[in-house]
Ligand binder design. Structure first.
Ligand code: UDP
Length: 243
C-alpha cells in the first residue's frame, strides 16, 4: 500500500481519493511506466472474508491499492469519522481502464467467468474498444495452480489483466502468479464479465444514485441473501467498534 491518506477499516487500508484522481495520479502513470500494479476492489463481504481468513487477508494486504467498492465501506468510514470521499465501483473502474486501454492501444487479457460469457466479453470489447489489443482470454473454471494458463498469459505480455474468478479465487490467482510477470495491472473484477456480456443486468442509475445497488442485486438474485447478513455483521462490528 503506497497511499498516505488511506482509511483503515477492520485493518484494511482503503484509498481515499476520487476515482478520477486515483486513476490520473496513480494508475495511469504506473501503466505508462510499465510498473506492476495490483488493485483490489473491496466491499464489506471481502473485508469480512479477510477477518475470517488470515491467508486471504495476507493476499489483500499485498495489493498496491484497495479501493472502496460498496456503499457499506463508505458508511463504515463515516461511522469511524474518517469519511471516504467517494465510492469507486469495481465495474466503473474497469470501464475507465478499458477506455484508456483503447485510447493508448494497451493489450488486455481476460481471465474468468463461464466459457460462453468469456467469449462474449471479448466480442463486446472488440466492438466497443477497437484499439485494445486482445492479448488473450480464458474462462475461469480452472485451478488457481494451473501453470499452463499462467505461462500463456505471461508470454502474451499484457498491460492489463482482468481476473473475474470471484473472491477469494481472483486475489489468490493474482498473488500466486504476479511474480511471474515483469509488468501488468492486475485487478480482480468479480462478476463484471457477466455484466459486460449482458448475462447479468446492472442496477439502473437511479438505484445506484440512491445507494441501493445492493438491493437491486438482491431482488434479482435472491439466492444471494446470505451475503447481506455478512454486510449487516460488518456494519454492526464497525459501528460498535467490535472488530
Ligand atoms: N467464476 C469463475 N470461476 C469459478 C467461480 C466463479 O470464473 O470457479 C466466475 C463467475 O462465473 C462469475 C465471477 O466469477 O463470472 C464472479 O462470481 P460472483 O458474482 O459470485 O463473485 P463476486 O462478484 O461476488 O466476487
Amino acid at each position: 500500500m503506497v497511499n498516505k491518506t488511506a482509511v483503515n477499516i477492520m485493518d484494511i487500508e482503503f484509498i481515499n481519493e476520487t476515482k478520477v484522481d486515483f486513476l490520473t495520479e496513480h494508475v495511469y502513470p504506473r501503466l505508462a511506466n510499465n510498473e506492476k500494479c495490483f488493485i483490489v476492489t473491496a466491499n464489506p463481504e471481502i473485508v469480512m472474508k479477510t477477518r475470517e481468513s488470515k491467508a486471504y487477508k495476507n493476499m489483500v494486504k499485498q495489493a498496491d491499492y484497495v479501493v472502496p467498492d460498496g456503499v457499506g465501506i463508505v458508511m463504515a468510514s463515516k461511522f469511524q469519522k474518517q469519511p471516504i470521499k467517494e465510492r469507486i465501483p469495481g465495474y466503473d473502474l474497469m470501464l475507465d481502464l478499458l477506455a484508456t486501454a483503447d485510447k493508448k492501444s494497451y493489450s488486455c487479457y481476460f481471465l474468468g467467468a463461464k466459457e460462453h460469457v468469456n467469449k462474449k466479453v471479448v466480442e463486446q470489447i472488440k466492438q466497443q474498444y477497437p484499439n485494445i489489443i486482445i492479448a488473450g482470454y480464458h474462462h475461469g473454471y480452472i485451478s488457481t495452480d494451473d501453470k499452463s494458463i499462467v505461462e500463456r498469459i505471461v508470454s502474451s505480455n499484457p498491460d492489463l489483466i482482468f481476473v473475474a474468478l470471484g473472491s477469494p479465487s481472483q486475489e489468490e490467482w493474482i498473488t500466486k502468479h504476479i511474480n511471474n510477470f515483469t509488468k501488468g495491472l492486475f485487478m480482480g473484477v468479480g462478476g463484471s464479465f457477466d455484466v459486460i456480456a449482458g448475462e447479468v443486468k446492472r442496477a439502473p442509475d437511479a438505484w445506484i444514485n440512491l445507494n441501493l445497488e445492493w438491493l437491486y442485486r438482491l431482488l434479482r438474485q435472491p439466492f444471494r441473501w446470505k451475503r447481506i447478513l455478512k454486510v449487516i455483521e460488518f456494519m454492526a462490528r464497525v459501528y460498535f467498534k467490535k472488530e
